[in-house]
Design a protein around this ligand. Sequence first.
Ligand code: HEM
Length: 497
Amino acid sequence: MELIYLILSPIIISLFFLFHGLNLYRRRRLPPGPLGLPILGNLLDLGAKPHESLAKLSQKHGPLMTIRLGGITAVVASTPEAAREILQRNDVACSGRPVPDAVTTLKHPDTAVLWIPPNETWRAIRKALNLYLINQHKLDSLMQVRENVVEGMLEFLRESAGQEKRAVDIGTMAFGVALNQFANTFFSKNMSGYESREIKGFQTAVEIAMEVQGKFNLADIFPVLKTLDPQKVRVRAKATFDWLDDVIQGFVNERLKHREAKLPRFNDMLDSLLDFSEEDDKVDFNLTHIRTLLGDVTVAGTDTIASSTSWVMAELLLHPDMFMRVRKEVGEIVGEDGKVEEAKLLDLPYLDAVIKETMRLHAGSPLLAPHITETQVKIGNYLLPKNTHIFVNAWSMAHDPKYWDNPMVFMPERFLGSKVDYKGQYFEFIPFGSGRRRCPGMPLAHRMLSLIVASFVYHFDWELPYAAEKMDMSDKYGLTLLKATPLVATPIPAASQ
Ligand code: HEM
């Protein structure tokens, strides 16, 4: 026995040094980063607000920093220059996505636009989205739909304000608008009543869908835990994704029967997508792609709008002078019928500045969606191996005093006369990301936010149940940065109406 030890020991020691050396070599080619604990790596460094913890760590370790989360090696980009390297100069190599365990519970994860690699299917889905939802012409032609939906919500608020002074959750109202405009655009349908069980059901489902996709899940970090599902992420994800898929499948089946019976067309997005799937000179785009796409867009485009509206309104209620300035600006373009029209809002500089400043201070998605390298990629002197996870810390850039005066203060004026926009060229301000994985919904989000906020501000005064300065402005980390306490206020029809 001792002889075996004697023979094996030098071999084991040499192997140890060989692996250790290789590891050091590999680390040396990755950017520097904080030392982590054995097994856990830097997991405990993340805390409850990973974007803030990572921003702090990057001050010590640099704009490109390597962290380890269990078995995952990730690189964090924390300055505009580092983000440009990832999302612009090395866009192709860095545009994959690490697929979370939660997403594998989707019935068809290989068609989920947010998570699939930039392959043919992804290109076909992004093309369909652009053709039938978000190109300039389509957005203009759907303007009336959005205005009607907002009018419906204002009616609801006027009615409830007339009967009794009743507070509403501003995020829930905006969620209902976003959901109803998708339901009208996709299926020519309206969801029943604001604050109804139908809309609340969707809101709960979408919130869970966003949460499970954005969570640092132990089962992703330590794959051996997948079957145990310690945080019950997998179970919740499956139940929610199945529910959403069934609802959408129901709408699609109804339409298929309608088309089979040769009844008049609706000419909405679902009709267009079904036509597109029947064309045969293109890559595979079938009923599965349609179902997943409509579900994905519903998830990606409702909670984000609800959350951003809550933040804009919270800031305006905290700053009554700014609220009145927006109202005055909107009042100048409102016609004799007293209606706020989307087309006229798009040129209002102060409203635009308020929305931008809100998205800077309360970044929609603080770490964007995670990226992953599709191939080995060289960035400066560093070499990122294939399958390196990448976090772009949009929050840290939007709060960096090097780029913003008084970065923690809400000052819409900083955007007046400034050419900085959120289309992905100014890397200190990328709430929608940049490059090929940039949010395709940005132009729609911009129009919806402008219309909802302008309508809220122009038509109503809002009474808070507490003194404005007592408002809780803290946030809750997730794929979107939510207000920790929902914004609840009582709408009072404005005196001038
Ligand atoms: C205020 C509203 C919104 C914000 C802040 C937002 C933000 C984002 C961000 C940060 C990403 C990831 C970018 C990256 O990883 O580089 C993204 C992706 C995405 N967003 Fe949005 N979004 C919003 C609204 C919408 C809307 C209205 C739609 C509906 C069309 C939408 C559809 C999508 C889709 C489909 C993706 C995945 C793109 C891909 O991976 O190829 N988003 N969004």
